[in-house]
Design a protein around this ligand. Structure first.
Ligand SMILES: NC(=O)c1ccc[n+]([C@@H]2O[C@H](COP(=O)([O-])OP(=O)(O)OC[C@H]3O[C@@H](n4cnc5c(N)ncnc54)[C@H](OP(=O)(O)O)[C@@H]3O)[C@@H](O)[C@H]2O)c1
Length: 249
């Protein structure tokens, strides 16, 4: 399905992101115009250099929660209303309970949950979105299953999936759809880092928990595309697992 004449904001769009980059490349290939968001401007410029279309570079730190609404307003007045957004930026890692502190809770929740809520609130304001807009959040299978040492990451993604359900109900009258894509382990730099941390035996167990094998960034991008496009025009409030069967086990 062609997405030309559509404009999407994509957070976590850096060249060295695994999934954000794949999402940008997929949407660009479908003709969409993108607003690329992340903290490091050069990594967004580098992403844009891999794309065919003319896109907007919009460096912004999403932990500046109070600035999200005015920033969104400025973007809309400069580039027009959006057809949707993809929030892929996140804070990831392990947080064993013995070392947890309040700062860590903020690190995970500010980007993964609070920024998601405030982006939803900001871009669902009148004149900020076009007809039949679609908002997609990248969650995680970790949000739907207990995982050792991942309390904060998992809880932030569970909160995100819950937010998506309530926001979907609230925004249905504006014809804005709100959905989540939940990958398990995705092949790429983050997965390699995780395997290096876990060691060979634990890594093999984790890989075996994905009966179809690890997803690729493109698998995730294809599901994002589905949820942004009219192919999913009657779908809202769901969390779509892209997890190689991880949650089925
Ligand atoms: N990789 C996996 O195996 C996996 C599995 C399940 C779910 N997920 C989810 O999928 C999404 C993408 O994962 P990924 O591994 O591709 O992510 P990633 O490589 O860690 O990318 C995260 C991006 O978020 C941006 N970011 C982080 N903090 C930010 C902030 N405060 N403001 C603005 N941007 C910020 C970073 O760019 P800057 O540093 O330039 O800001 C970075 O480009 C995430 O939501 C993640 O939780 C990933």
């Amino acid at each position: 399905m062609d997405l030309s004449n559509k404009c999407y904001l994509v957070t976590g769009a850096a060249i060295d992101s695994d999934i954000g980059l794949a999402i940008c490349q997929k949407l660009d290939a479908c003709g969409a115009r993108l607003i690329l968001v992340g903290r490091r401007e050069q990594t967004l410029i580098d992403t844009a250099a891999t794309l065919n279309g003319q896109h907007v570079i919009a460096p912004f730190d999403l932990t500046k929660l109070d600035d999200i609404a005015p920033w969104a307003k400025n973007l809309v007045s400069e580039y027009g209303a959006i057809d949707g957004l993809v929030h892929s930026a996140s804070f990831q890692g392990y947080s064993p309970l013995r070392g947890i502190c309040a700062t860590q809770i903020h690190q995970y929740f500010d980007v993964n949950f609070s920024a998601a809520v405030l982006l939803t609130a900001a871009f669902s304001k009148a004149k900020h979105f076009n007809a039949d807009a679609s908002f997609v959040f990248i969650g995680s299978a970790a949000g739907q299953r207990g995982l050792k040492a991942r309390t904060l990451y998992a809880a932030s993604k569970a909160a995100l999936a819950s937010m998506v359900q309530s926001a979907a109900l609230e925004l249905a009258s504006k014809h804005i759809r709100v959905n989540c894509v939940a990958p398990a382990i995705v092949s790429g730099a983050k997965a390699e880092l995780q395997f290096a941390t876990l060691g060979e035996q634990q890594s093999q167990l984790l890989k075996n928990a994905h009966p179809l094998g690890l997803s690729t960034p493109l698998d995730v991008a294809n599901s994002v595309y589905f949820l942004l496009s009219d192919l999913s025009r009657n779908t809202t409030g769901i969390t779509l697992a892209v997890d190689g069967g991880f949650l089925a086990g």
